[in-house]
Design a protein around this ligand. Structure first.
Ligand code: ZN
Length: 406
């Protein structure tokens, strides 16, 4: 029976359930949070004890939109990964994320050998340390400029899905490979050459088919979607999470409002990353930088409106590579705070409990609560008062299922 006592830590009340304490001791037993008690609690003999005086205990972070096995960086095409290396690259990225305090990551589109499924299974089997991983397998993407197997990010779309019969096959195939949810590609892309992010690229029958298959499997659909019409089409048909959601408007926000497991997953770090780190000396780089720069203010206005309404679940995504995470682990925190001006506590909720609800794992993680998994991080100081603690990768200590990783 493995036990860990965390002594004298501060709590964030909005992220700590079932207690009024603002500081105290935590006991982890066999991977779960067993007790939340006043400082100096008698836990009997424990296997490990940490004095966390001056630190805040938070639920582990959740990145609900990244790609573990795709590229090492955006800067050069050489960063695209060879197929044989993908599982190892994905494992490395997953472990880097855990070190930054992300105890859960949701992969929103992997490769044709299903590396992320393998890495998830290996971690779950105890072969390697790593975060909880949720993966959608292959992105279900129709034929679209830049998204064909031979172009740009085509390694993420080795098969195009056109028509509801094709959708039925590839959706079932993903589930047969062991995925956790489905990811559709509902609008054009910022990164794919020749693709217009504003317009829908899927038909109703294709989306409806995917939603139906996901429901049969007790799961849900996420969708890559930037344009307002494309987003409205998707949420009208029952898609649960809108990835990026760049130009979302009230038609869609009204449908998503007041639902715990439906909402949006903005990915702001990638927008900054594309502008700052794509190579401007290539045709590809010039095109992407021009496309994104033109849209940045418009995205901010639409997502700002979604935030101001206060009735739509906003989750946490980044969409960036391992290279970007290493350059600036807390870019998403910095941008949501400094560029968007959002409230510190709201940002911390987006990165934890909101994303747990959207990923449908809130009964396991997303807050500190007796009975939940001991996915807990300790950060210096109090991030509700000073969010910049999170900018450089805030986690000083990381526990995944009660086992210390950092
Ligand atoms: Zn993505």
């Amino acid at each position: 029976m493995a036990t860990v006592a965390i002594r004298n830590c501060k709590f964030i009340p909005a992220l700590t359930e079932g207690t009024d304490l603002v500081e105290g001791d935590l006991l982890f037993r066999d991977g779960n949070i067993a007790e939340i008690a006043a400082c100096g609690a008698d836990f009997g003999t424990v296997d490990q004890e940490i004095d966390a005086h001056g630190m805040t205990a938070m639920p582990g972070l959740i990145d609900a939109h990244l790609h573990l096995s795709s590229t090492r960086d955006l800067i050069a095409e050489q960063c695209f990964v060879d197929d044989s290396m993908r599982p190892l690259e994905a494992l490395e990225f997953a472990q880097v994320m855990l070190g930054f305090g992300y105890t859960t990551v949701r992969d929103c589109g992997e490769d044709k050998v299903f590396s992320v499924v393998s890495v998830r299974n290996a971690i779950n089997r105890g072969m390697f340390a790593g975060p909880r991983i949720l993966t959608c397998g292959l992105t279900l993407c129709p034929t679209e400029a830049g998204c064909t197997p031979d172009k740009d990010f085509g390694f993420l779309t080795p098969y195009n899905v056109d028509g509801s019969d094709s959708m039925r096959y590839f959706a079932r195939r993903n589930f047969a490979k062991g995925v956790d949810f489905l990811k559709l590609y509902g609008s054009g892309s910022m990164m794919a050459s020749g693709s217009n992010p504003g317009v829908p690229i899927m038909d109703d029958d294709e989306i409806a088919e995917a939603v139906k298959i996901a429901k049969q499997k007790g799961s849900y659909c996420a969708i890559h979607s930037h344009g307002g019409d494309a987003i409205y089409q998707a949420v009208s048909l029952g898609v649960a999470t809108v990835e990026h959601a760049s130009f979302i408007d009230d038609r869609s926000l009204d449908i998503l409002a007041n639902k715990d497991d439906h909402g949006i997953v903005p990915t702001l770090a990638i927008t900054a990353d594309l502008v700052e780190h794509t190579d401007p000396n290539t045709d590809y780089g010039r095109q992407v930088i021009a496309k994104v720069t033109k849209l940045i203010e418009k995205i901010k206005a639409h997502l700002g409106h979604a935030y101001e309404r206060g009735d739509v679940m906003i989750g946490w995504g980044t969409d960036v590579t391992i290279g970007s995470y290493r350059r600036e682990p807390g870019a998403e925190f910095r941008i949501r705070k400094e560029v968007y001006g959002w409230d510190n506590l709201e940002i911390l909720k987006q990165a934890t409990i909101n994303s747990a609800k959207l990923c449908r794992i809130a009964d396991e993680t997303g807050s500190i609560k007796v009975g939940k998994c001991a996915d807990v991080i300790l950060v210096d100081g109090n991030p509700v008062e000073d969010l910049s603690i999170m900018y450089a990768g805030g986690a000083k200590h990381v526990f995944r299922a009660g086992v210390q990783y950092k």
